[in-house]
Design a binder for this molecule. Structure first.
Ligand SMILES: [Zn+2]
Length: 185
């Protein structure tokens, strides 16, 4: 739905006000970002605000990923470089305890925009570490709760950071706590 607000996901519909601006990569990144939430937000929801990166890191990584699909590696790495310039690195993305939305988005006392940009870079690194097959398998299992989603065999679900780490361990056959300790915790 077109609104005066730039962009916000809501269940079953997005508020959108970017006037279909192309982003220099050949598509409207805001529209694409909000659509990723329609997929995640209606099928997978973060268990708590401390797990909000599950929405925004994946939602942000989808823009470089889509650019790689559209135009190849040059656009993909150009996107990653833009995200890198936005890194803050003041607080861990995941605190390990229950937090409010305000605490997570607080740019001084919380991770703030790192749940978007640093989290997306973390997913890029994870993808290089475990390979495309395991990486995309991990997303499928995170979102649908099973490796073989078909219409009728899954329902909307909640997941936490710990759930995703366990999935990555399972699909990669490795113990990657050290990786998530460094980049998330
Ligand atoms: Zn978002």
């Amino acid at each position: 739905m077109e609104t005066p607000h730039l962009g916000m996901e809501h269940q079953t519909i997005d508020a959108y006000g970017n006037r279909y601006c192309l982003n220099g990569y050949g598509y409207d990144s805001l529209l694409q970002h909000e659509f990723t939430h329609e997929w995640f937000g209606n099928q997978l929801t973060n268990a708590g605000w401390d797990d909000m990166w599950l929405h925004e890191s994946f939602g942000t990584y989808m823009q470089p990923l889509y650019s790689q699909y559209l135009n190849g590696d040059m656009d993909y790495f150009s996107w990653l470089h833009e995200l890198r310039l936005k890194l803050r690195n003041h607080h861990p993305i995941v605190s390990g305890s229950s937090r409010t939305e305000e605490q997570v988005y607080d740019e001084k006392a919380g991770p703030g925009q790192d749940i978007y940009n640093k989290g997306a870079l973390m997913l890029h690194t994870l993808r290089q570490l475990i390979g495309d097959e395991a990486f995309f398998d991990s997303i499928r299992r995170l979102v649908y709760g099973r490796p073989d989603p078909q219409l009728g065999n899954f329902s909307p679900r909640y997941a936490s950071t710990g759930d995703y780490v366990a999935i990555v361990d399972q699909v990669s056959g490795r113990r990657l706590d050290w990786f998530f300790d460094v980049y998330l915790r």
